[in-house]
Write a protein that binds this ligand. Structure first.
Ligand SMILES: C[S@@+](CC[C@H](N)C(=O)[O-])C[C@H]1O[C@@H](n2cnc3c(N)ncnc32)[C@H](O)[C@@H]1O
Length: 224
C-alpha cells in the first residue's frame, strides 16, 4: 500500500547487519541501531511471545513498520496458533520493503517467503498465511483504534515517547489494557518513568527486565 501522506524514510544498517529505517522528520530509527533483529528478538520474541504459555494466542502489535516483529513471530512461534493484529498509520512503499535485508540476514528457510507474504497481505482484512498464522494489518492511527479482540500479548513498538508522546498516554494504555486477557502481557523497549506510570495506572503488574544490547532495561506488564 502506498500512502499519500507517508513521511520520507531512509534505509540504514544496524550493528548486527540487519536493516532499519530512519525517519529524518522525527530524527528517529525504527529499531535499535545496536541491532534491529537482536532488539526485536530480545524485546518482543523472548520477553513476549516465548514468555507466554498459551498455545492459541492473539497478538496486538503497535506499528507494523518493516514487518520484522511479525516475521520473527512466524519463525519462532513453534506450535502456537497465532492471530496477529497490527496497526500502522504509515504503511511503507514497496520499493523500501524490497530493500530490507531480513530474509537474507536471518538465512532461515521460509523467511523470504513469509516476509513477502506478510507485506503482500492486503490491509484491513484477515489473511491466513499458514494454517497456524493469520494476520490482520490495520492501516489506522493508534489514537483512533478500537481494540477488537481480547489479546494475550501486546508488542508496543511505537516510536519513542519523546518523539510521539501522544501514543504513550494513560488513556491509550488503559484502552489496550482493557482488551488484554488475564495473564496476558504487554512488552515494550521503553523504560521511561512516564511510560511506567501510565502502564501502572492501568492496574497491570509491571516489571523492569534486562534490555537488549545498548539498553539497560525494558518493561513487561502482566494483566492480573
Ligand atoms: C519503532 S517503529 C517500529 C515498527 C515495526 N514494529 C518494525 O519492526 O519495523 C514505529 C512504527 O509505528 C508506526 N506509527 C507511527 N505513528 C503511528 C500511529 N499514530 N498509529 C499507528 N502506527 C504508528 C510507524 O510508522 C512505525 O512503523
Amino acid at each position: 500500500m502506498q500512502s499519500q501522506n507517508s513521511p520520507k524514510v531512509e534505509l540504514k544498517t544496524s550493528k548486527d547487519g540487519s536493516s532499519t529505517l530512519y525517519r529524518p522528520d522525527l530524527d528517529e530509527h525504527y529499531h535499535s541501531i545496536h541491532g534491529a533483529i537482536q532488539e526485536s528478538m530480545h524485546v518482543f520474541i523472548r520477553a513476549g511471545l516465548l514468555a507466554h504459555e498459551g498455545n492459541t494466542i492473539n497478538i496486538l502489535e503497535v506499528g507494523f513498520g518493516t514487518g520484522l516483529n511479525a516475521l520473527l513471530t512466524m519463525l519462532h512461534k513453534g506450535n502456537k496458533k497465532v492471530f496477529y493484529q497490527t496497526i500502522e498509520r504509515y504503511p511503507l512503499e514497496a520499493t523500501i520493503v524490497k530493500s530490507i535485508n531480513y530474509p537474507k540476514v536471518l538465512n532461515i528457510p521460509l523467511a523470504n517467503e513469509y516476509f513477502k507474504q506478510l507485506h503482500e497481505a492486503p490491509w484491513n482484512k484477515d489473511v491466513q498465511i499458514t494454517p497456524t498464522f493469520t494476520i490482520h494489518k490495520e492501516a489506522s492511527d493508534l489514537v483512533l483504534f478500537t481494540p477488537q479482540k481480547p489479546y494475550d500479548i501486546v508488542y508496543f513498538d511505537a516510536f519513542g515517547p519523546d518523539k510521539q508522546p501522544e501514543l504513550w498516554t494513560p488513556e491509550i494504555f488503559r484502552k489496550i489494557s482493557e482488551s488484554i486477557n488475564a495473564g496476558g502481557i504487554l512488552v515494550t523497549y521503553s523504560c521511561k518513568g512516564t511510560v511506567k506510570r501510565a502502564i501502572k495506572a492501568t492496574g497491570m503488574k509491571i516489571e523492569k527486565i534486562p534490555g537488549p544490547p545498548g539498553k539497560r532495561e525494558m518493561l513487561r506488564a502482566t494483566k492480573i
